[in-house]
Ligand binder design. Structure first.
Ligand code: DQA
Length: 142
């Protein structure tokens, strides 16, 4: 069975509490349960990882290369400046899909720049939690 990994970066553990007008009122546990349900329906097993630390996200990406056939990554604010996460994505040869809950292009200017987008297989933003569900569908069909 195809296995995928969902990585959530900094501050995403506070989903539900954090800026609900931007990120919604549901928490990360509900998000993960919904993703798992969709992944299983698509015939895939799904694991989850959340960290507020850049190095921990990089370590997880390295580990993932031997275990998973794809990764869904919401790198949070690291998206906009972490060349180290970008290099980790390039180093692992499995597909990584960049996701964002909010429409990053419709917010502050710094959010329009993603340093990881050029090394990801694709990017999905602005659909709320559905951004992750669309990424699940993309990995299922890749
Ligand atoms: C985010 C967008 C980022 O700009 C922000 O720093 C986040 C969440 C999103 O999912 O919309 O932490 O990645």
């Amino acid at each position: 069975m195809k296995k995928i990994l969902v990585i959530n970066g900094p501050n995403l553990n506070l989903l539900g509490e954090r800026e609900p007008g931007v990120y919604g009122s549901a928490g990360i546990d509900e998000l993960c349960a919904n993703i798992r349900e969709r992944a299983e329906k698509a015939g895939m097993e799904c694991d989850f990882f959340q960290s507020n630390h850049e190095g921990a996200i990089i370590d997880k990406l390295h580990e993932a290369r031997k275990i998973y056939s794809g990764v869904i990554l919401n790198a949070g604010a690291y998206t906009h400046y972490s060349y180290a996460i970008r290099d980790a994505i390039s180093a692992v040869k499995i597909p990584v899909i960049e996701v964002h809950i909010s429409n990053v292009d419709a917010r502050e200017e710094f959010r329009s720049n993603s340093v990881i987008a050029p090394v990801c297989s694709g990017s999905i933003a602005g659909f709320g939690f559905m951004s992750y569900y669309l990424a699940v569908q993309a990995l299922a069909e890749m």
